[in-house]
Design a protein around this ligand. Structure first.
Ligand code: PXP
Length: 248
């Protein structure tokens, strides 16, 4: 069985659009609440929850993570950059795992894989510090053999293969077949190196048809599409409810 990790960052994106800097007003009522949505996802069968604390704190806040952890049912995969400040924060928050991702201030979402080859010593140090604290780390990388080998070399137990190129290519004539083959190769190389292989980014209810052929993937981490679908499926009830209260 392939496990499903649910990324709730975009619940926080929506919350920040209205309540940035206002967490103490409105009687403490802020919506939507990423922690509450994470608990709901767990009730629905999510095997894990991912939250990304960005250096610029643009969506998930430290308080969201702490509040989620108080009542979590599964496990927290905390995404952070390689910056020392972020690794120290992870040591304080003690998630069940960390996913190390590249961060570029101008990007809308994580755009490319981490260059482990080019930052070998910094990555080794981060993996070592986290592992000494009992926190396994996963390197979010493109499915390139050199990146997989570098991840194994620095002692990372897991990798997460970046599925973004495949996800974009799904809408081309060949349904992203070359990109999917690249991912298959990455999965095989990763598992043969003894790495646990996760995958994610850009996976939706359409391209999952292709992505699920990656049978040796331990867990898919999916965010945007699940949060978007929850709006589609939830809007009907939300409008009905408001109209009913309005006319009570
Ligand atoms: N995995 C990683 C490492 C990510 O950075 C992201 C996006 O934040 C995801 C998975 C989920 O991507 P999406 O929101 O496109 O499903």
């Amino acid at each position: 069985m392939i496990l499903l990790g649910v990324n709730v960052d975009h619940v926080a994106t929506l919350r920040q659009a209205r309540y940035r800097d206002e967490s103490n007003t409105h009687g403490g009522f802020v919506e939507p609440d990423p922690a509450a949505m994470a608990w709901l996802a767990e009730e629905a069968g999510a095997d894990g929850i991912t939250m990304h604390i960005r250096e610029d704190r643009r969506h998930v806040q430290v308080e969201d993570v702490i509040r989620y952890q108080e009542k979590r049912l599964t496990r927290l995969n905390l995404e952070i950059s390689l910056a020392e400040e972020m690794v120290n924060l992870a040591l304080e928050l003690k998630p069940e795992s960390v996913c190390l991702v590249p961060e570029n201030r101008k990007e809308v979402t994580t755009e490319g894989g981490l260059d482990v080859v080019g930052q070998l010593e910094r990555a080794r140090e981060a993996v070592g510090v986290l592992s000494a604290a009992g926190i396994p780390s996963s390197m979010f990388i493109d499915p390139d053999t050199s990146q997989l080998e570098a991840s194994a070399k620095i002692g990372a137990p897991w990798v997460e293969l970046h599925t973004g190129s495949f996800a974009r290519a799904w809408y081309s004539k060949n349904r992203g077949q070359p990109e999917l083959e690249h991912l298959h190769l990455g999965m095989e190389v990763g598992t043969s190196l003894g790495l646990r292989v996760n995958a994610g980014h850009g996976i939706n209810y359409q391209n999952i048809e292709g992505a699920r052929s990656l049978k040796k993937v331990f867990e898919f981490n999916i965010g945007h599409s699940i949060i978007s679908r929850s709006m589609n499926t939830g809007l009907f009830e939300a409008v009905q409810k408001m109209k009913a209260i309005l006319n009570e």
